[in-house]
Design a binder for this molecule. Structure first.
Ligand SMILES: Cc1cc2nc3c(=O)[nH]c(=O)nc-3n(C[C@H](O)[C@H](O)[C@H](O)COP(=O)(O)O)c2cc1C
Length: 216
């Protein structure tokens, strides 16, 4: 079989970006609500998104720069600390995409996208009304990467979840069939969760089990 090999020391930032977004797929999308120091709410999607630790529950988003300045999301999180991450699901993709437009910092992106909000319980940023899953988060730390192309890795702790009641199974699990999450692929491509299959993990002795291992 023939392969093309790409050495990251030899490709420019654009090709590096293409390699990342093409090979790390599908990516969940964090739809992030923040509030500025002046009280202006902000909403934008981020697919460089993952969980960092399960207990405490820590999550990260990687926020690039626009014209060598922090995007509003990262700026707001650093300034006001509390933010909300929403899971993007079927039916919300158009509004999610619309919220990625380059709005001015003093523009309310919820209003611009025609999205209603409700106050959060424990953070200042509002959350999306009717969102299937919302996570209220507290800023923990910022780690910067790069010189010419700076990325701000924003790590936060989830303080509280809001899960639509009909999505809960046995009051324990979030039902992936009903949730219907949408993922990001390379370029302008997305995927839906169309086919779910089950595959029991290899047996692990209960006293050696980790939460990732099969649960009784
Ligand atoms: C599906 C999707 C995923 C995105 N993921 C990222 C990302 O991981 N990091 C990033 O810096 N920008 C990402 N963007 C672009 C930002 O959403 C966009 O720059 C937005 O305007 C930032 O808003 P803000 O300036 O209000 O923070 C993504 C856009 C879309 C549509």
């Amino acid at each position: 079989m023939n392969y093309r090999t790409f050495d990251s020391a030899e490709i420019d930032h654009q090709q590096t970006y293409r390699m990342l977004i093409g090979s790390i797929v599908p990516r969940p999308i964090a739809w992030v609500s923040t509030i500025s120091a002046d009280g202006v709410p902000n909403l934008a999607p981020f697919s460089f998104f993952t969980m960092v630790s399960h207990y405490p529950p820590m999550v990260s988003i990687s926020v690039g720069e626009r014209e060598h300045r922090m995007k509003d999301t990262a700026r707001n999180i650093v300034d006001t600390k509390g933010y909300v991450i929403h899971t993007v699901v079927n039916g919300w993709e158009e509004k999610m995409n619309a919220s990625s437009a380059n709005f001015e910092p003093d523009e309310d992106e919820f209003a611009a996208a025609g999205l209603d909000t409700v106050p959060s319980d424990v953070v200042g940023a509002p959350r999306l009304a009717n969102a299937p899953v919302a996570m209220e988060c507290q800023f923990d730390r910022l780690i910067d990467f790069g010189d010419e192309w700076v990325t701000h890795l924003v790590i936060g702790r989830i303080l509280r979840w809001h899960v639509r009641e009909d999505l809960m199974l046995e009051d324990k699990y979030i039902d992936p069939y009903k949730l219907a999450p949408v993922g990001r692929l390379g370029g302008p491509r997305y995927c839906r969760t169309q086919e779910i299959f089950e595959m029991p993990a290899p047996y692990v002795q209960p006293d050696k089990a980790h939460p990732n291992d099969p649960q009784p």
